[in-house]
Each structure stands twice: as C-alpha cells, then as structure tokens.
Design a protein around this ligand. Structure first.
Ligand code: NAD
Length: 456
C-alpha cells in the first residue's frame, strides 16, 4: 500500500507555494491536459472498449468529447471567474467596499465510479485545476485499463505533488479517506456516499456527493409519442443502461400505452438492431455480479420486448417490462442496466404521490406538450435536475450545474459550477479609515434609538 500520508503532505506543501493559484499556471495545466487527452484518444477508446465494450462513438460522445468540451469552456471563462467580484455595500457599512474572492481549498480528493470511468474522473479534475487546487484521483478498480491509462495521461504531464492518480480498490479509497484532505468530490452509489460523508465528518472536510437513485420518466397522454419513444430509448439504453441519470423506470399514461410501447420497440430496433446481442457496439455489463443481479429482474411483471442475455459476454438486451408495481424487486433500488420497467397511470396525482414516497431522484424526465402538466410536475416533485421532452441531455450543458438533492447527492458541477464547487467563496469587507461612524459603539448617547434607525 502506498504511503498516502506522504503524498498528501507533499501536495499540501506544493499548494502552499501558491504556484497552483497562479491563473496562467492553471490555464497552462488545462491546456496540457487537453493535449495529453488528444494524444491518447485512440488508446482511451481502446481501453473503454476493453473494459466495457463501449463503441468509439459512445466513448467520444459521452466521455472524451464531454471532457474536451468542458476544458474548452473553462479555458474561455477562467480569467473572468477568478477575478474578485465587487458586490453592493449596505447603508450601515457606509465608507466600506465589499468583495467576493474565489480561493482554492488545497488538496482535493476525487473518487470516481466505473460507468463513465474517464469522464467522471476528469470532469471534476478540470474544476479542481481551474479553481487552483492540487488533486488526487482514485478511479474505479472495475475498469482497470481505463484507470491505468488515466494514470499515464496524468503522470506524463504533471508532478505527483500537483496531480496524482491512486490506483486500486476500496482499500485505497479507505486509506485516502483516513488522511486529512481539503475537499472530497465523490461520484458513486448512495451507500458508499454515506461512508464518504462519515469519513469527511472526522475532519469537517467539505464534500460534493454525486450519487444515484431511481430517476423517473413520465410520458403523459399529450406527449409527442414517436419522439418521446426515441429519446427515451436513447437515454435508457446508452452504455447498456449503466448511466446514473438514465430513466430508471417509466410512468406511462394508460391512454397511450399500446401506441407508445409499439414506438419504443421500434426505436430500440432502430438504435440497436433486431438482435442487440449480436451488435458489437452494445456495451457490456461491467461484471458477473452486476449481470446476475440484473438478470434476476427479468421475471418481474410481463416481458414486452427484449429479455435475452449472453452470460459469457455479460450482455443483456434492451428490455421493457410491463405490469410493474412498486412492490416488484426491480423497483426497490436503482436498476443500472438495460431493463425498463413500466408503471401505468391514469391521473398525474398517482405519479406525484408515487415519486414523493421514495427518495428524491437524481433526474426526472417528463414528456408532455402541456405547460400546465410541466408546471405541476416541476412544482410538486423535488429532484436534482432533468429535462422536459428529453432525457439525459441536461447533463452536458455547461450552463446547468449538475447534481442531486437529498439521497441523490449534495452539491453540483459542470461549467462554472465546477469552478465554484472547488473554490471557497471568501467574503471581504474593506473598511475606510477616513472616518468612524459612532453608532455601533455602546457608549453613544441614545445608542439604542439610533441603531434602531438602521437595523429594523
Ligand atoms: P461505488 O459507490 O461502488 O464506487 C465508487 C467509488 O468508490 C469507486 O472508486 C470505489 O472504489 C469506491 N468505493 C467503493 N466502496 C467503497 C468503500 N466502502 N469505501 C470507500 N470507497 C469505496 O459506485 P460504482 O458501482 O462505481 O458506480 C455506480 C453508482 O454510481 C450508481 O449508484 C450510480 O448511480 C452512481 N453514479 C452517480 C453519478 C452522478 O454523477 N451522480 C455518476 C455515475 C454513477
């Protein structure tokens, strides 16, 4: 086991030199990162293919391209984000000026999962660098090729005292969590999120927790059915459903049940072919354990389409299950696989009550043309973020900070959200020395009366 105490101390010492706070240094680091990623693009695609059978298209559109775009956006805006912001000063503070400074925390620990192993480690890293921190990434042990390559990409361009990758499993996470870092950014499951928060509490370390959960997708009877079916099939079955913001289950209005399901089946065929198990670009399930858990759900409700599996290849067809209720096993936890259970409804209140009785979701998707229905869901259901008439797409906008609420997470990132997440907002009042207003002092005549003129 590596000596992480030593590594963290080295990073803290390096941070104290103030070099990582220098804005040209940060810009240079981001540019180096971009170049190194571009140089290793083919190797990254090969590693993702080997770990998860991701196609080059998926690897680029959901991992490499997303990270490059995040770097581009950050490089463009970083100078503006880092400049101190002058804010208003109230009358009670007359003579003074007020400022907000964004300052880095120090050493940031980034712990990431396997499902988008590159993007979910490097997107937070961009925020950590942009904000002027040192960082240690602990990637997932379940995607070893990608994790090793990420270590190489980092080691080629950065010294370990600035950015480092700690390879290994739970034991490495645990060892790192035993040390005193300045920020913890965790992406992963809810149970592990609780372990992270407990570890962080020992040193009162601030955290961002990007967790998961069951994200509902509602298809109302006034939805544009054909488009809804295609966008749902895309968001659900990309990466074989192993996406934290994939629609986990469907609430489908009874009036359009048959027509919608028919279109959904067509959309699945259009995207993945008549025999998805033979589609060499369909992502595999990450491990046998995950495969067996998912396969056990296939007997829930009634099989509408899909349901075939290939144990040797760890593949499960895009599957739709109907006649599902909240009592079924598949509805007890996040599915995280290519199986879509469908619950039918008649009245929007059934949907609102059903979702509200469960932990707050990471994402919610609503397909409806009606502004009233859109308003009703948005007003009555709490969730991290989501889309109206689409799935997953909100994730890649740098203007929409991404994160959960309640059980689905704490904090948010992407775009300026990432910079803010890895920065402490320091408020500073710069007071005048030209005069000294007396009313704050206790020895002023009629002090109480005077202070009440200002504080009321
Ligand atoms: P996980 O929680 O099992 O593991 C995530 C990371 O934590 C890994 O690096 C792992 O090594 C480490 N880890 C595991 N157990 C640990 C422990 N006991 N102590 C310390 N560290 C530990 O998650 P996963 O299986 O890799 O990923 C799937 C989960 O992540 C799903 O729940 C999914 O919804 C969630 N997720 C969330 C987002 C998001 O952005 N909100 C994105 C992707 C995945």
């Amino acid at each position: 086991m590596n000596n992480y105490k030593n590594l963290i101390e080295k990073q803290k010492t390096y941070f104290q030199t103030n070099i990582t706070r220098d804005v040209p240094f940060r810009l240079d680091a981001l540019q180096k990162l971009r170049t190194s990623i571009q140089l290793h693009e083919k190797e990254l695609m090969d590693a993702l293919k080997s770990d998860l059978n991701k196609s080059d298209f998926e690897s680029y559109s959901t991992e490499i391209g997303v990270v490059l775009e995040e770097i581009r956006f950050t490089l463009r805006h970083l100078r503006a984000w880092t400049s101190p912001k002058r804010v208003k000063t109230p009358l009670t503070h007359i003579g003074s000026k007020s400022y907000l400074f964004s300052e880095p925390y120090g050493v940031a620990l980034i712990i990431s999962p396997w499902n988008y192993p590159f993007q979910l480690a490097f997107a937070p890293l961009i925020g950590a660098i942009a904000a002027g921190n040192c960082a240690i990434i602990k990637p997932s042990e379940l995607t070893p090729k990608t994790s090793e390559l990420m270590a190489k990409i980092i080691n080629d361009i950065f010294s370990a005292e600035y950015i480092s990758v700690a390879l290994g499993g739970v034991e490495v996470s645990t060892a790192l969590l035993n040390e005193d870092v300045d920020y913890i950014f965790f992406t992963g499951s809810v149970p592990v999120g609780k372990i992270i928060m407990e570890a962080a509490a020992k040193n009162l370390t601030p955290v961002t927790l990007e967790l998961g959960g069951k994200s509902p997708c509602i298809v109302h009877d006034d939805a544009k059915i054909h488009l809804a079916a295609k966008r749902i099939a895309w968001g659900k079955y990309m990466n074989a459903g192993q996406t934290c913001i994939a629609p986990d289950y469907l609430y489908l209005h009874q009036n359009i049940r048959d027509e919608f399901l028919h279109h959904l089946k067509d959309a699945i065929q259009e995207l993945y072919g008549v025999n998805p198990l033979k589609n060499e670009n369909f992502t595999h399930i990450v491990s046998e354990k995950h495969f067996n858990r998912l396969r056990s759900f296939l007997t829930n409700g009634s099989l509408y389409t899909g349901g075939n599996t290939n144990q040797e290849m760890l593949m499960i067809e895009p599957t739709v299950l109907t006649n599902i209720t909240w009592k079924d096993a598949i509805m007890q936890d996040e599915i995280f696989g290519p199986i879509l259970p469908v619950i039918e409804y008649n009245n929007l209140n059934e949907v609102i009550n059903g979702i509200r009785q469960h932990p707050k979701p990471l994402s919610l998707y609503l397909f409806s043309e009606s502004p009233t229905v859109q308003e009703e869901i948005s007003h009555n259901v709490s969730y991290g973020g989501g889309c109206i008439n689409d799935t997953v797409y909100h994730f890649v906008s740098p203007y929409l900070p991404f994160g959960g609420v309640g059980n689905s997470g704490i904090g948010a990132y992407h775009g300026k959200g990432s910079f803010d997440t890895f920065s402490h907002g320091k408020s500073v009042l710069k007071q005048t020395t030209l005069f000294d207003l007396p009313f704050r002092y206790p020895n002023v005549k009629n002090g109480l009366k005077k202070i009440k003129m200002f504080l009321k």
